[in-house]
Design a protein around this ligand. Sequence first.
Ligand SMILES: Cc1cc2nc3c(=O)[nH]c(=O)nc-3n(C[C@H](O)[C@H](O)[C@H](O)COP(=O)(O)O)c2cc1C
Length: 386
Amino acid sequence: MTKTTNGDLLLKNITAQSPFPICFDDLEKAVAEKMEAGPFGYIRSGAGGEQTLRNNRAAFEKYSIVPRFLNDVSNVDTSIKLFGKTYPTPFLFAPVGMNKMAHDDGELAVVRAAQQLKIPYIQSTVSSYGLEEVAQAAPTATKWFQLYWSTNEEIAYSMAARAESAGFEAIVLTVDTVMLGWREEDVRNQFSPLKLGYARGNYINDPVFMASLPDESFESYVQGVLQNVFHPTLNWENVRELKRRSNLPILLKGILHPEDAKLAIENGIDGIIVSNHGGRQLDGVVGSLDALPAIVKAVNGQIPIILDSGVYRGMDALKALSLGADAVAIGRPFVYGLALDGQHGVEKVMTNLYDELKVSIALAGATSLPALRNITLVKKDGVDEK
Ligand SMILES: Cc1cc2nc3c(=O)[nH]c(=O)nc-3n(C[C@H](O)[C@H](O)[C@H](O)COP(=O)(O)O)c2cc1C
């Protein structure tokens, strides 16, 4: 996976039997035609007037590369190391809930693709399949569990413990979703996947959650999820307690301020995900790439930094890695691949991202991710960024 080829990757795409959308815009168009307005709108949209969603894209557009030439770039090493394990690509699957909306195989298809491509998979709390089923579907994939805190804290601890016993290797606590963002598209479409039961997987398999319900009816389950999944009281003491109770590395997802990154380190956190939830939570927020440089400076190499939100091309990944991210996580692109063609669609999307990244690293004049950090980037105004 590390050997650069002379354009044959692109030729392989051109001569493919069944052409698959090659870029994000094509993917989104194809999925819009295939899916109903409700679920498609849920996946595509951002909160409020979608300024955050636009900021994410605009942040990548601001940067341009000043490439270097005449270095032998025939071998490009794209591998990364996270928590002691080496992976061939700098990608992760971002946690995305309720995958059955996109495809019946849901998370099982995605984790199988993750296993195939050796890309770490982060399973959402609100997934359609339970974490034990996901573990069974892809026993050798690297799996992390994304935790939404719970109003009843014992449910959160129970899920974290289940993840540990099912072989998940890290807990990702999402901190930006203590309540649901203001999602106008879902109001417009009168669509709530939580109320339709798409998030059942981890809840109906949780003994603490099930014991908290008055009965086993569908209505009780939906009410139970809605009461638990939003938790505005979440605070640093909860983070410390989670850290005390778990043997796994803990990451915080949704960090955008360098001071929060420093607090994460002070509180013993093992990694952070710089993210604005793909523009789905607070509107009018800084693009995640724009937040990255100050966080890289504050963290100063002490813990790994993963970035998500708006990584839709190999070139986007290159820019984030060059600005100091250790890896990038992919959200909507893989969901669109899943909607179009299940596991195969997910693999196709991730392979295209990877192939573009690899070619781009070589053309920028680097042969490894550490070398990429020395590449010159300029911002739109022509001022040297680094
Ligand atoms: C349909 C959808 C569902 C999501 N569900 C979750 C979730 O359950 N937990 C979570 O932490 N993030 C969730 N996210 C946010 C992603 O983890 C990630 O931050 C975001 O998708 C990255 O932006 P991108 O889609 O522009 O790549 C979701 C995103 C989408 C699009």
